[in-house]
Design a protein around this ligand. Structure first.
Ligand SMILES: [Zn+2]
Ligand SMILES: [Zn+2]
Ligand SMILES: [Zn+2]
Ligand SMILES: [Zn+2]
Ligand SMILES: [Zn+2]
Ligand SMILES: [Zn+2]
Ligand SMILES: [Zn+2]
Length: 269
């Protein structure tokens, strides 16, 4: 089970793939939204994020007695971003609780009371969903949404979510007017998950919770403080292999000058 939401392997479109490393097992999207976890994420490359293991453990500990305001169970790791609000929930409970999770950095989440409202002022009248053709109800709501560009295309949140999963970010436009920019921004703000707006590490096969490598692996380590001692600069600064990042060396232990900033391990060189 995911240690952040307590659910087993569940709907990929809701929680994302299950990631496992260093005794932690968590859904990719649960990691993105868990309270204050993303602020500690380390960017390893464009759109690639690593989550330090100690922060994940702390979030899990802190959430042990936090109850979800939707289902009442404990281990609710996502807390509303509104200051002073401590409504917490599980990612799989978000829709039932009418919560919004914004799938773009900094991955903010809001409870029912504090979720962003659409700035579009329009009422559906007697309109049907442009996707499923069923009635949309008589006003904008969590489940009834409108295109901010044309303001005439109405749809159900669930229909648009399904549509977004199929379309992906490249083909994602208003099904009515085909407008893209305003539409995309509004849908992301209102919590629609659009694939490929996600960090690429989620689709990468390597173990992604990996701790940043932090020791010198030189055949002979010369550092007086030992292999684990790492300084901010100078001879005992640690360089990670620029190809695999899985091996490290103190500058001095591989005969590198203090100005060297990159290094390759023997396996990659
Ligand atoms: Zn989860
Ligand atoms: Zn819940
Ligand atoms: Zn709230
Ligand atoms: Zn619909
Ligand atoms: Zn439109
Ligand atoms: Zn060393
Ligand atoms: Zn290497």
């Amino acid at each position: 089970v995911c240690m952040l939401c307590g659910r087993p392997e569940s709907d990929l479109d809701v929680c994302g793939p299950m990631l496992e490393a260093h005794g932690i097992c968590a859904h990719a999207y649960c990691l993105l939204f868990a309270s204050s976890l993303f602020e500690h994420a380390i960017e390893r490359g464009p759109g690639r994020w690593d989550f330090p293991i100690e922060n994940i453990r702390r979030v899990i500990e802190e959430a042990a007695e936090t109850h979800c305001f939707v289902c009442g169970e404990s281990k609710a790791t996502i807390t509303c971003q509104e200051s002073g609000c401590d409504n917490s929930f599980h990612l799989p409970c978000a829709v039932e609780g009418e919560c919004i999770t914004q799938f773009f950095p900094p991955y903010r989440a809001f409870c029912r009371e504090h979720r962003p409202e659409s700035a579009v002022e329009a009422a559906p009248g007697d309109t049907t969903c442009i996707i499923c053709m069923e009635p949309v109800g008589d006003r904008q709501s969590y489940s009834t949404m409108v295109c901010p560009a044309c303001r005439t295309a109405w749809f159900h949140r669930s229909c648009m979510q399904e549509n977004a999963i199929h379309a992906g970010i490249v083909c994602f436009v208003c099904p009515g007017c085909r407008e893209r920019d305003l539409f995309l921004l509004e849908m992301l703000t209102m919590g629609i998950l659009i694939p490929l707006s996600l960090p690429s590490w989620i689709t990468n096969d390597s173990p992604e919770l990996e701790e940043r490598h932090s020791r010198c692996d030189a055949r002979q380590c010369l550092c007086p403080g030992g292999r684990e001692q790492v300084e901010e600069e100078g001879s005992w600064q640690l360089l990670l292999c620029c190809s695999c990042a899985a091996e490290g060396t103190h500058r001095a232990c591989s005969n590198l000058g203090d100005s060297a900033t990159s290094w390759q391990c023997a396996g990659c060189a």
